[in-house]
Design a protein around this ligand. Structure first.
Ligand code: BG6
Length: 304
């Protein structure tokens, strides 16, 4: 008898009739497909990565590049990459990959459930392993709890499972699907201080709402504010709420950087914007052994 496939095992352990099933998706990577009465969602188990969230009667709130690479060891361009345990370039070793390793590893499925309101939750996990130890010496227990209802909630839980303290930075590096970058205004960061990644982290101050007519790559610091992505073209506002996060990163690569990225179409900068729920820049979290920190992102939409 042949042994059951990984997909059969996942479906028998965590599948929920009519609500949650697993299948091989792009790049033959295992994906969870979730259907509730309010929305559908797709998650890649590889990278613990939400790829799609479509409230009923709407377009996807998330964006994935047509050029995205679905391959073990590579980061997926779009959706919600989990950036952990360092945001951006490694603080003191430029040979290490940017944005940590969690987005380049296979995660495991830990639990699934439907609650009394019909919301479906899936819990994924990642712990230390040979590849993580090669670049980061610590023991850790990461958990990603994704709940799909009329809103999408993504909770990233970091526990120090080792016996020495560790420090980390992190982001839920969300790519939002927009009508056109010229039609989008971000509310919630007015007058905020930010570090400009385009000018060696120069400290600057936001004046008014955030609009885009050039490359933008900023870490807004000391902000727990929710953000509204007002999109005139799609006649909707994407509401980005958060907790356990003191930074918000706003990124659009614009024309030249888009051309330099091999997994990003030349004109795709027009269709996406990243508003990243983060602890980055000056916000470094230290956990003692057995301590846990939780960062939560909630995404919903308001029609104009
Ligand atoms: C953003 C950074 O969070 O991610 C940018 O602020 C970076 O500087 C972008 O270009 C994409 O990073 P990557 O590693 O996925 O190409």
């Amino acid at each position: 008898m042949t042994s059951p496939s990984i997909i059969d095992v996942l479906n028998s352990q965590f599948g929920i009739n009519g609500r949650l099933h697993f299948e091989l998706g792009e790049g033959e990577l295992p994906m969870a497909k979730i259907t509730t009465e309010q929305a559908t969602a797709v998650l890649s188990i590889y990278a613990g990565h939400v790829l799609s969230f479509v409230p009923n009667g709407s377009d996807d709130l998330l964006w994935v590049s047509q050029e995205a690479i679905f391959q073990s060891g590579k980061a997926i361009r779009g959706g919600i990459p989990v950036i952990w345990p360092w945001f951006g370039p490694h603080p003191n070793d430029s040979t290490k990959s940017s944005h940590g390793f969690a987005r380049r590893q296979m995660w495991s499925v830990k639990a699934s459930m439907v609650d009394e309101n019909g919301r479906v939750s899936l819990t994924l996990g990642l712990t230390e392993n040979e590849a993580s130890k090669a670049v980061w010496s610590h023991d850790f227990d990461l958990e990603l709890v994704v709940t799909v209802g009329h809103v999408l909630t993504v909770k990233l839980k970091t526990t120090n499972s080792g016996d020495v303290p560790f420090s980390y930075t992190a982001a839920l590096h969300t790519y939002y699907n927009i009508s056109h970058i010229s039609q989008v205004v971000i509310h919630g960061l007015e007058n905020g201080a930010y570090l400009d990644n385009l000018e060696a982290h120069a400290s600057k101050q936001q004046v008014g709402f955030v609009r885009f007519d050039e490359e933008v790559d900023r870490i807004y610091i000391d902000t727990a504010a929710d953000c509204h992505i007002e999109d005139e073209g799609h006649k909707r506002t994407i509401v980005v709420e958060k907790s356990g996060s003191q930074s918000t990163v706003v990124w659009n690569p614009w024309i030249e950087k888009a051309k330099r990225m091999s997994d990003f179409g030349d004109n795709e900068y027009q269709e996406m914007v990243c508003v990243e729920t983060a602890n980055a820049g000056n916000e470094i979290i230290t956990l003692q052994p057995e301590e846990t920190a939780v960062m939560t992102l909630t995404i919903s939409e308001r029609k104009a």
